[in-house]
Design a protein around this ligand. Structure first.
Ligand code: HEM
Length: 441
C-alpha cells in the first residue's frame, strides 16, 4: 500500500518532529478579550510557527500554537464549526476530571489558576536549545502581543529538559516514540510497525482503516491535531521514601524503582537487562527501546504488567483490546529545580512534569490510556491496581511484581503525582491559523 503524502508544510512542527536535547521551554497562556485582536494574534503567530517540513526552527526557537475550545469561541468561530469538534475537546479537561482520575487533591477546584477556567484560550509553546536563546525569542514574541490590546498573557510556565533527559524522579524520559508513516521521522522501536498518519494528524487514514471526519470547515480541521497538556506536580521525597521503606538496601531500592517504571533510571529497559542496570544501554537510542513483551516475558517476570511503561504501551503483550489504537506522541518537559540527591523530606518547592500528549483522538488515545490503562488493571486481567508511578493512588494502592515461586505484592501506595491543571487544545495547521486570522464573523 502506498504511503500517504503528508502535507508537512501545513502541519505544526511540534506534532511530528522531536525536539533538541537539552532544551529550555516556556508555555504561555493567552486570554482573548477582543476577537479582532485575537485574530490579529493568529495572523502574526502564523508567520513564526515552525512547520514539520522545516529541518530546523526559525532563529533557533520552535514555536507552537494551540487553542482551547473556549479560545475558538473567543475568536468567533461559527457555531456549526464549533459543533463539529469532538465532545471531549468541547467540554475541556476540567469537565473530564472524574474520567481522568483528577479527584481529591488533583481535582480542578485545587488547580492552579487560571488552569481549568474558561480564560485559557491560546497556549503558546516556545522551545530553544538554552535559556538565553529562549529569552531573546520571547522578547521578540512579547513585542507581537504587547502591542495588541484585547489579548492578555495570563500564565507562564518555564520548563527544561536536562542534558541527561532525567525527569524529577530521576528516570531518563523521552525514549519511546512511535514512527508515523510519511513523516520521515523514525520511531525508536524498530520492532514496532509505523503508524498510519491519521493517528496523529487529522485528515488522513488511521489505524481503524478509514479517514475519520475532521472538524469543519476542512481548511480548519485538516492537518490539525490535539494536545492534552497537564501540569503534574511530582512528590519526589515521598517517592524516595516509599522506595526506601519497601526495600532492604540501596540495590533493592533501585530494583524496585525499575520494576515500578519498567526501566532503570538510566533508561535501560528491564526487558533487556532485568537483573542490573546498564547505563550504556540506557543511553543508546538504537537499543534502549528495541523490545517487545509477548514472546519473551508474557507473565511480566522481567517487566511487571503493571509497570508504568508496560501499562502505557503494552506493545504486543496479551491484553484486552488492540494496543495500537491507543498510542500517543509525548512531549514532556520538567519544571522546577531537582530535589538534591538523598533528601527524603519535602522542601515545599513545586517541581514536576509539563506532560503533553499529542494525537488525533483525545478519547481513544489520551483518555483511554489515562483511565483504563493507568488507573485500572482489567485490560491485563490484573487486580484493582493503578500505575505505581503516575496513577491516582490514595494510600491503599497495590503493585504486583511477578516472581517465582510467589509474586511479591507491594501495598500502601499513595499519589506521587498530583495534577495541578491542564487543558485540551487543538493544534491547527498553518493554513488554518491564517483562516482563523481572516475570520470576519
Ligand atoms: C509525572 C508523571 C509521569 C512521569 C514521571 C512519567 C515518566 C515516564 C518515564 C521515565 C518513561 C520512560 C521513558 C520513555 O519510554 O520515553 C515514560 C514513558 C511513557 N509514559 Fe510516562 N510519565 C508520567 C506521566 C504519564 C502520563 C500521564 C501518561 C499518559 C497518560 C504517560 C504515558 C507514557 C507513555 C505512553 C510512555 C512510553 C511507554 C513506551 O513506549 O514504552 N506518562 N514515562
Amino acid at each position: 500500500m502506498s504511503v500517504p503524502v503528508l502535507e508537512l508544510d501545513d502541519i505544526q512542527s511540534g506534532v511530528l518532529r522531536p525536539r533538541p536535547t537539552p532544551f529550555a521551554a516556556v508555555y504561555i497562556i493567552f486570554r482573548i478579550e477582543d476577537r479582532n485582536a485575537g485574530r490579529e494574534l493568529m495572523g502574526r503567530l502564523s508567520t513564526v510557527v515552525a512547520s514539520a517540513a522545516d529541518a530546523g526552527p526559525a532563529r533557533d526557537t520552535w514555536v507552537s500554537i494551540a487553542l482551547s475550545f473556549q479560545g475558538l469561541k473567543a475568536l468567533g468561530v461559527p457555531q456549526s464549526s464549533l459543533d463539529s469538534f469532538p465532545l471531549q475537546f468541547q467540554q475541556g479537561m476540567a469537565t473530564r476530571a472524574r474520567i481522568l482520575g483528577d479527584v481529591g487533591e488533583s481535582s480542578p477546584e485545587h488547580w492552579e489558576k487560571p488552569l481549568g477556567s474558561t480564560d485559557v484560550h491560546v497556549v503558546l509553546t516556545a522551545i530553544s536549545p538554552d535559556t538565553e536563546h529562549l529569552e531573546t525569542a520571547l522578547d521578540r514574541a512579547r513585542k507581537t502581543y504587547r502591542e495588541l490590546e484585547g489579548v492578555t498573557a495570563i500564565w507562564r510556565q518555564d520548563c527544561h529538559v536536562r542534558p541527561d533527559e532525567k525527569e524529577a524522579f530521576g528516570f531518563r524520559d523521552g525514549i519511546g516514540h512511535p514512527a508515523v508513516e510519511g513523516s520521515a521521522v523514525p520511531g525508536t522501536n524498530h520492532k514496532e510497525r509505523p503508524f498510519k498518519a491519521g493517528e496523529f494528524v487529522l485528515g488522513y487514514q488511521d489505524e481503524m482503516g478509514g479517514v475519520p471526519p475532521v472538524p469543519q470547515p476542512e481548511i480548519l480541521g485538516r492537518n490539525g491535531s490535539y494536545v492534552a497538556f497537564r501540569k503534574l506536580h511530582q512528590r519526589v521525597a515521598a517517592f524516595r521514601r516509599y522506595l526506601k521503606e519497601n526495600s532492604s538496601g540501596p540495590e533493592a531500592e533501585e530494583l524496585l524503582a525499575a520494576k515500578m517504571m519498567g526501566r532503570w533510571r538510566s533508561g535501560a529497559p528491564l526487558a533487556l537487562c532485568p537483573l542490573h542496570d546498564d547505563p550504556e544501554l540506557g543511553a543508546d537510542s538504537h537499543r534502549n527501546n528495541d523490545f517487545l513483551f509477548k514472546e519473551d516475558d508474557p507473565i511480566g517476570y522481567k517487566t511487571p504488567c503493571g509497570a508504568h511503561i508496560r501499562r502505557t504501551n503494552p506493545r504486543d503483550a496479551g491484553i484486552a483490546g488492540v494496543a495500537r489504537i491507543h498510542r500517543m506522541v509525548r512531549r514532556g518537559t520538567s519544571y522546577g529545580p531537582s530535589l538534591p540527591e538523598g533528601i527524603l523530606e519535602d522542601d515545599g518547592v513545586d517541581r514536576g512534569l509539563m506532560f503533553a500528549f499529542v494525537g488525533a483522538h483525545l478519547g481513544r488515545q489520551f483518555e483511554f490510556v489515562q483511565s483504563e490503562w493507568m488507573n485500572d488493571s482489567s485490560f491485563f486481567a490484573g487486580d484493582s491496581a493503578k500505575d505505581p508511578v503516575a496513577g491516582a493512588n490514595d494510600g491503599t494502592g497495590i503493585f504486583d511484581i511477578p516472581k517465582r515461586p510467589l509474586r511479591k505484592r507491594l501495598q500502601g501506595l499513595s499519589r506521587f503525582v498530583v495534577t495541578r491543571g491542564g487543558e485540551y487544545c487543538f493544534i491547527p495547521g498553518l493554513r488554518a491559523l491564517r483562516w482563523l486570522a481572516d475570520l470576519n464573523t
